[in-house]
Design a protein around this ligand. Sequence first.
Ligand SMILES: [Fe+2]
Ligand SMILES: [Fe+2]
Length: 270
Amino acid sequence: MDPIYRVGNDVHVLPSSLPIPGIGTLVVNAYVILARAPVLVDTGLAMDGEEFEHALRSIMDPADIRWIWLTHDDADHTGNLERVMSLAPAARLLTHGLGALRMSTWWPVPLDRVSALQPGDRIDVGDRYLRGVRPPLFDNPMTTGLLDERTGAMYTVDTFGAILPSVPESCDDVSEADLVDGIAGWAAFDSPWTQLVDHDRFRAAANEVARLQPTAIFSSHLPSASGHMARQLVEVIASVPARPPFVPPDHAAFASIFAALGAAAPTPLA
Ligand SMILES: [Fe+2]
Ligand SMILES: [Fe+2]
């Protein structure tokens, strides 16, 4: 994992970065919101295990977590969920109900601790409400982001993710070209259905983010962005349907990525 950092008074970021040789680095962020009833947003990568727990303990006693907001049941968000639920026995799991049921096919999710979440739901966490929102891009139908109604920070899940040359703490330290290429490229890869949509309807959905005037944007796969960038980020997303589709690396390209990671070469197709 990368060092944790704090944004503003009450948000801690737990980042883990994944190098993709020859392409860039993808960050995977979990967040702690130090509300009166503390909230963990997503649970990092399973391979970080003890390191994730250590990072969490450096912020707070995990036993004090009251809510685990799981944005969706993809592996890069659920990695330490089982671990955290046992460390935080008083915590309830807020997630899409069907996501909870799907996860229960691979581990015994304590369904009596689940609160099924829908976009529009408002959760009282003591000193603020968190509102469920559906971000404009998603790679999983369970996706539920959130808006912190007290601070105006928006957690946009996979939307605004980017593969970048390096991953600083703030988007202010990323060049505009890297940001635009990274976000547009990630969106084309992670939400390939953008090739199929009506451009105007999609733009209207993307504009919803700007309409909410977030004071900060916390994506699961981007350094933190302050609210003044919202319009610019929305414009990048809105342009994605008109951009070329994502083309995955071919076998030879994957072989060199694997080699750069020190892994065995993938088996060639016959
Ligand atoms: Fe995802
Ligand atoms: Fe993700």
